[in-house]
Design a protein around this ligand. Structure first.
Ligand code: ADP
Length: 524
């Protein structure tokens, strides 16, 4: 099958080699300029195909889901880390504040009881770098500020602290961005004297002195973006790999011509796509078999018709060559008549098989007695049997009511009786037709002859169309006009089998060379 140059076929591996620009001689040719838009269109088409591809959609969905998961995860990690940083800052502040508070109280005691504020001009807080300390009275009025903070902001913080509810079980802290810079955590401690709130000592330190949170956000963002990128690329690759059977199916379907159904996918993976490919292959098997059957049927039919036509042609041209005796003309006319009969019968059978294949045959089911019908057929064929010297007898024919198409069943029995007479015609030949009831619902009809029998190797093919045990004998121009001719198309038993099957039944053949043949039809 030659490769197609269809630009729509973006998935075909060989399309790359068809790009005209790859050929240097084409590039030199001015006419090649007209190829350029074709290439551009081809690439645009590939892009459009990719945009609409399941692979891309799958990987985008996958990426989106992963992005949401990673966002939630990063948010959770960041939140936990921020809490840890804040807790550490509070612990640090608590220790530091206890020291400063003790130092302040000690200084106050030294300076004398009931002195407020405790820090006098002779007392100084020894603060670390970046530490901020505020002392305010119980009204939130600022009394002193230490550290790098402007007055206004210090006042705001003092007021915020004053507004905080006093809860001895909980640590209350205020988070403020100092001087538009880093975030500070301010921890207030109430200053009591004889159970009286004198004011507040508020210590502030940078919440995250080691910049852990910005570094964490950077790591999460970078890691997230990187992971997402890898996941998208990996997802696309995986989707591409997982969907390659679909591509193979598409390609094969494209490559299957009207007359060549031999292509197969041969994808034997155990997943859903493997199952799809298997179903596709099975469908192709059935199509190919049906197609071959049809081709064979047509070839056989034309072959069968050509033989009698050739015979008629030969006989008539031989007779017309010179003047013949009236006996000779009679012989030729007999041949023509016999071949005409053969062709009429063949065309009738072909027509019937064609209608059967097309599903155009509708059975007219009616109740009747199968034994009655068998007797009718025997009577119809009695003259022929007598003519051939065959004893056609009715065997056991008990009453056997069945439901079926009388006309088709009559033809079925007729074909079997006709064959039995035809193939066993000789002195002492005997054909018996009998019926029996097997079980309650199965009617059985037998056509028994004591003819030459059929060799075992032919039995499996007997019901095939155009199959004849001795095809040479069935059509001999010299014999066809004589007594020995056994014209047969090889279609009779196919029709018998079809009629039996249409009635939910089957036909079996038993035969022994030299002893005879029995055809048994079972009807449900
Ligand atoms: P045909 O039109 O040639 O008779 P059939 O399909 O009816 O075609 O039969 C197929 C072949 O089976 C025949 O060619 C014949 O050789 C063989 N056959 C059928 N019935 C008998 C029989 N009763 N005895 C011997 N051979 C038979």
């Amino acid at each position: 099958m030659s490769a197609t140059s269809d630009p729509m076929n973006a998935d075909r591996p060989n399309t790359g080699s068809q790009v005209p620009a790859a050929n240097p001689t084409v590039q030199q040719n001015p006419a090649a300029q007209s190829q350029k838009p074709g290439w551009v269109e081809h690439q645009a088409q590939r892009l459009t195909n990719l945009m609409h591809s399941v692979r891309l959609r799958l990987s985008l969905w996958f990426g989106l889901v992963l992005a949401v998961i990673m966002l939630l995860f990063s948010g959770f990690v960041y939140y936990r880390q921020a809490q840890d940083v804040r807790d550490t800052a509070i612990t640090r502040l608590l220790y530091r504040q206890r020291d400063l508070y003790s130092a302040m109280m000690a200084a106050g005691r030294e300076a004398g009881e009931n002195r407020w504020p405790y820090y006098s001009s002779e007392f100084t807080f020894e603060l670390d770098e970046h530490e901020v300390l505020l002392i305010s009275d119980s009204q939130g009025e600022l009394s002193g500020v230490w550290g790098e903070i402007n007055e206004t902001q210090a006042e705001e913080i003092a007021l915020q602290v004053e507004a905080l509810p006093i809860d001895h079980d909980k640590v209350r802290a205020v988070s403020v961005q100092v001087n538009n810079g880093p975030a500070y955590l301010f921890l207030p401690t109430p200053i009591y004297y004889e159970n009286r709130l004198l004011g507040w000592m508020v210590l502030g330190q940078p919440t995250d002195p080691q910049n852990q949170l910005p570094r964490l956000s950077f790591t999460l963002a970078l890691g997230g973006a990187f992971t997402l990128l890898i996941a998208l690329a990996g997802g696309f690759w995986l989707a591409d790999r997982a969907l390659w059977p679909v591509k193979a199916i598409t390609r094969t379907a494209r490559e299957i011509g009207e007359t060549d159904l031999s292509q197969r996918l041969n994808i034997h993976t155990r997943d859903e796509l493997g199952e799809l490919a298997g179903t596709f292959d099975n469908m192709l098997n059935r199509l190919e078999a049906a197609f071959n059957r049809q081709r064979q049927f047509t070839a056989d039919a034309s072959h069968e018709l050509r033989t009698p036509l050739t015979i008629i042609g030969l006989e008539t041209s031989r007779a017309l060559k010179s003047a013949r005796s009236s006996e000779e003309y009679r012989r030729v006319l007999n041949v023509v008549q016999s071949e005409n009969e053969f062709m009429t019968r063949l065309v009738g059978e072909l027509l019937m098989l064609a209608r059967m294949d097309a599903g155009q045959v509708k059975l007219k089911r009616e109740p009747f007695d199968l034994s009655d019908l068998a007797l009718e057929v025997i009577e119809r064929y009695a003259p022929l049997a007598a003519d051939k010297g065959v004893r056609l007898e009715a065997g056991d024919l008990p009453e056997l009511p069945i439901q079926g198409d009388r006309q088709y069943l009559s033809q079925m029995i007729g074909n079997l009786v006709d064959n039995a007479i035809k193939y066993s015609a000789s002195g002492g030949a005997r054909v018996i037709v009998e019926t029996t009831q097997v079980q309650n619902s199965v009617a059985c009809l037998r056509v028994i002859d004591n003819g030459p029998g059929i060799p075992a190797e032919h039995l499996p093919h007997l019901f095939d169309r155009f199959y004849r045990v001795d095809s040479a004998r069935s059509h001999n121009p010299d014999e066809s006009a004589g007594e020995q001719a056994i014209p047969g198309s090889g279609l009779g038993l196919s029709i018998v089998q079809w009629i039996a099957r249409m009635h939910g039944g089957s036909v079996v053949v038993e035969s022994e060379v030299g002893k005879g043949t029995t055809f048994t039809v079972l009807l449900a």
